[in-house]
Design a protein around this ligand. Structure first.
Ligand code: HPA
Length: 271
């Protein structure tokens, strides 16, 4: 475990040597969300492959760059490229970027993801604010000896999704819905019977990512806010249609301007 602390410090040192100013907030972009990059003022970009010990995404829609950008005059790290459990990364490996952000003293983490809608009141393209999650991934990122320098052995998860940050969003966008995300390992999409089970378990959205990072960010003491883009309707069973990655990306692209607006409205408030 000491390893993670040391490796994260080395990665952080490299990043610090490449940028002038270190942001204290970061956004990690999910499937299709890289389109956001067209809408922000880019200041620095570092390829994941140049950062010591950094993993990289093997998914074609993820660009694998750490960027420093300015949005609403706020300096922000953008993790453009997310690693997933289904790619073969362990949850410890795929959350390494969060440890690097921790080493860089980032204290707020925003994330976006694409997800299937289990709540029949959601429509395709709708952006939902996460208020909680259910972790069904088979591996926990904090399993094993705990390094006290990184966080507590038993981190509290009673407010894993910052109510403070959610309040700021809701003040600007009162119509936004809040939901519960369930992480299922993929990479195959779920069968109708599985979607029904996940709905019965109390989830509003299902996806293959995000939860390991949210756990590690909470362990690291960060405030977390997650936007899920509902890309395909998964419940009730008669509403399910065949889903492709292309369609998921297309829906995310259509929702990108709204996502940018939400991120901007938040950054204006915490500026
Ligand atoms: N299941 C899992 N992950 C997803 C889905 C889904 O239906 N849609 C987008 N990401």
């Amino acid at each position: 475990m000491n390893e993670i602390f040391k490796k994260a410090a080395e990665a952080a040192e490299y990043i610090q040597s490449k940028i002038d100013q270190v942001p204290s907030i970061a956004i990690s972009l999910g499937t299709g969300s890289s389109i956001l990059l067209d809408k922000v003022k880019l200041i620095d970009r570092i390829s994941y492959s140049d950062i010591p010990h950094f993993p990289h995404s093997t998914v074609a829609t993820h660009v694998n760059e750490l960027l420093v950008a300015e949005i609403e005059s706020v300096l922000i790290f953008i993790l453009a490229g997310r690693m997933h459990y289904y790619e073969g990364w362990s949850t410890k490996e795929l959350t390494f970027p969060i440890r690097v952000l921790q080493a860089l003293k980032v204290n707020r983490l925003l994330m976006s993801n694409a997800a299937g809608a289990l709540n029949p009141n959601y429509h395709a393209g709708e952006i939902i604010l996460l208020k909680d999650h259910i972790n069904l991934l088979p591996e926990h990122p904090l399993r094993g000896p705990n390094d006290e320098r990184l966080g507590l052995r038993f981190p509290d998860m009673s407010e894993a999704y910052s109510s403070n940050l959610r309040k700021l969003i809701k003040a600007e966008s009162p119509e936004i819905k809040e939901g519960i995300y369930i992480a299922y390992q993929g990479p195959s999409l779920e069968t109708p019977a599985e979607y029904k089970m996940l709905h019965t378990l109390g989830a509003d959205l299902v996806g293959m990512s995000t939860v390991p990072e949210v756990i590690v960010a909470n362990h690291a003491g960060m405030e977390v806010l997650v936007f899920s883009i509902a890309t395909n309707i998964c419940y009730p069973p008669e509403a399910i249609t065949e889903t492709t990655l292309e369609e998921v990306v297309e829906v995310v692209n259509q929702s990108a301007p709204k996502l940018v607006e939400l991120v901007e409205s938040l950054l204006r408030k915490i500026n």
